[in-house]
Design a protein around this ligand. Structure first.
Ligand code: AMP
Ligand code: ZN
Ligand code: FE
Ligand code: FE
Length: 286
């Protein structure tokens, strides 16, 4: 039997444009058998997704954690996908709460910087666009589009805007601490788009080897931000380090062009993730 497994998607609980319930219906319509909800630094989408889970679809509850590596200055930002962890783990909850607050502070400072240059964007507008979910640069991008300053999200992430000139750091989680916290909460950490060089700096393979020793379980290889060469490199590294590989869409609704199921994960890797977890179970309805 073949399964269509997409382990990286975003809802309105962060910077996606579909509500968690809509995301579940869209996943079923896209013909997925398994979908993970992995909003940035929050588990707020879990309950509404679970309640709306269509018959025949399996839900993997997860999150995408904003991390940093201090091996370079300024620190390199990176993303860890965390699957099936206990969402009540006090240390993890505290860290996610702290990062969401740091995102608010960074968002507001970004708006101040834009306004100082005469750009007509407003912080309350961005909060409204985020709708109570984790605030991210895609929400500021929407405000720039609304103000007629850029035409697309891609343009808003260009060097003149949020990609460089108006890109401010936020206080992310130390990546080794994140791996430890995820594992301690019964979760399974997978490094998201580790070679996405088109987004900015990437980390050396030596760091990935150290993270594997520290408890990292997998690497996301198939992702739209990886070239074929980068995908092959990630697969090779995973084989060397005994890590599993995933592929996923990183679906964000209309904030990105990528479709649900555009990249998928093999059944073996998926089963290894489920077997390695002890925080919460995956859920199948009906
Ligand atoms: P933040 O977490 O607030 O720094 O924003 C990062 C998010 O912006 C990522 O999760 C992507 O969803 C989105 N993003 C990053 N680069 C781009 C890009 N070039 N085009 C569109 N969206 C992007
Ligand atoms: Zn995002
Ligand atoms: Fe990411
Ligand atoms: Fe993502």
């Amino acid at each position: 039997m073949t399964s269509r497994i997409d382990l990286h998607t975003h809802s309105t609980a962060s910077d996606g444009t579909l509500r968690p319930a809509e995301l579940m219906r869209a996943a079923a319509t896209a013909g997925l058998d398994v979908v993970a909800i992995t909003d940035h630094d929050t588990t707020d989408g879990w309950e509404p997704a679970l309640r709306a889970l269509p018959t025949g679809l399996r839900l993997v509850r997860g999150a995408e954690l904003s991390c940093r590596w201090d091996g370079e200055q300024p620190p390199v930002p990176l993303h860890l996908l965390a699957y099936l962890f206990d969402p009540t783990d006090p240390e993890l909850v505290a860290e996610l709460t702290r990062v969401r607050a740091a995102r608010l502070a960074r968002g507001e400072r970004t708006v101040d910087l834009l306004r100082a240059d005469g750009v007509d964007v407003h912080w309350p507008e961005i909060l409204a666009l985020a709708g109570g979910g984790t605030v991210g640069r895609p929400h500021i991008a929407q405000a720039l589009i609304r103000a007629g300053l850029v035409a697309t999200t891609t343009e808003a992430f260009g060097p003149d805007w949020l990609g460089q000139r108006y890109r401010l750091p936020k206080e992310d989680i130390d990546v080794f601490r994140a791996v430890r916290l995820i594992r301690a909460a019964g979760g399974v950490p997978v490094f998201a788009h580790p070679r996405a060089s088109r987004r900015g700096r990437i980390v050396p393979d030596e760091l990935i080897a150290e993270l594997a020793t520290a408890g990292l379980v997998g690497l996301e290889a198939d992702h739209e931000d990886h070239s074929p060469r980068e995908r092959a490199h990630v697969r090779g590294l995973a084989a060397e380090l005994g890590l599993l590989v995933t592929g996923s869409s990183d679906f964000h609704g209309s904030h990105k062009a990528v479709r649900l199921g555009a990249f998928t994960t093999g059944v073996d890797a998926y089963e290894r993730i489920v077997a390695a977890s002890s925080g919460v179970t995956e859920v199948a309805s009906g």
